[in-house]
Structure formats: structure tokens, C-alpha cells
Design a protein around this ligand. Structure first.
Ligand code: FEO
Length: 176
């Protein structure tokens, strides 16, 4: 069944927001690389990759439901962050905004009785809990670390092990 216009508009807006998120995290990753915080740069790069997969999930859904993706400009981002704590605090604030946007689309889907869209959005509702928790936890750790170089070094190491998982691929073992 073709997606209705209201939902199509909201999801198109979300595609742009997810691509903006990828851009935002890529800018932060670049800054961390410049600061020699390679673990944080890696973590943020993986986050940027994840955001691309979020955009692609919405993009494919619009096409699958015979909608029309629109591609307006993606807003520019900063690459001039002063400190990691500033970046991760901004990331947390950003994720709270994304959660509100997702919740708003859920509200529209329920009002329109579009169960397919509501079902697709469930994944994002769950994902946003993790997105907020991750950025909040790292921000709080950075606040605790304060000016400690040792603490920063240890956290940087901890964040270097993040593995990118492409959530757009089907679950199960890889096909030969
Ligand atoms: Fe795709 Fe970080 O929300």
C-alpha cells in the first residue's frame, strides 16, 4: 500500500536528519583524529557509518512503499570542536532531538493507522535508547576524567574497539 503524504514527508525529513547525523559525527571524528585521539575518532567514524545505515533504512522504506524520496541540502557541521567533552555532550543533545523526531513519526503512523510504518519504526525506537545511552555515558565519563590525561588515554583506548555492524543486512550467517 502506498505510503500517505504526511508520513512520506516526515520520513523524507528523517532521511535528511540521519544523513546530517552522519555528517555531524564525521566532523567530530576528523577533529578527534587531529587531536590524536584515535580511539574516539574511530568510535565516531563507526557512529557516522551507523547513521548512514539509518538513512538507508528510511530511504528503502520510502521506495518500498511507492513513495518519492526527496534530497534537499544537508546542513553543514562544525569540525572545530575544542574538547571531546564538548563533542559528546553535543552528540547527546543531538540524539535527544532525533528521538523526538522518531517519536513524532510514530505518532503520525499510529494516527494514520499505518501499521507497517509503525512496525518499521519500532527498530528505531529501540535504537534511540542505545544512541542516547552511549553518548550520555561517554559524556559523563569525560566529565569525571576532567583534566586527567591518563583517564583520557584509557577512555580513548576503550572506544577504539567499537565494531561497525551493518543493521541493513539480513540477520544470520553471511552467505558464501
Ligand atoms: Fe540515527 Fe543517532 O540516530
Amino acid at each position: 500500500m502506498k505510503i500517505n503524504q504526511k508520513l512520506e514527508d516526515a520520513i523524507n525529513k528523517q532521511i535528511n536528519a540521519e544523513l546530517y547525523s552522519a555528517y555531524l559525527y564525521l566532523g567530530m571524528s576528523a577533529r578527534c583524529t587531529e587531536m590524536n585521539l584515535k580511539g574516539m575518532a574511530h568510535w565516531l567514524y563507526v557512529q557516522a557509518q551507523e547513521e548512514m545505515t539509518h538513512a538507508m533504512k528510511f530511504y528503502r522504506f520510502v521506495l518500498d512503499r511507492s513513495g518519492h524520496p526527496v534530497m534537499p541540502a544537508i546542513e553543514g557541521v562544525s569540525t572545530d570542536w575544542k574538547a571531546p567533552v564538548e563533542m559528546f555532550a553535543a552528540a547527546y543533545e543531538h540524539e535527544k532531538k532525533v528521538t523526538a523526531m522518531i517519536n513524532n513519526i510514530v505518532d503520525i503512523a499510529l494516527a494514520e493507522r499505518d501499521h507497517a510504518t509503525a512496525s518499521m519504526l519500532n527498530w528505531f525506537v529501540d535504537e534511540q535508547v542505545e544512541e542516547e545511552a552511549n553518548s550520555s555515558e561517554i559524556t559523563e565519563k569525560l566529565k569525571l576524567i576532567g583534566e586527567s590525561k591518563d583517564g583520557l588515554f584509557m577512555l580513548d583506548k576503550e572506544l577504539s574497539v567499537r565494531v561497525f555492524v551493518d543493521s541493513t543486512l539480513p540477520a544470520g550467517p553471511a552467505q558464501p
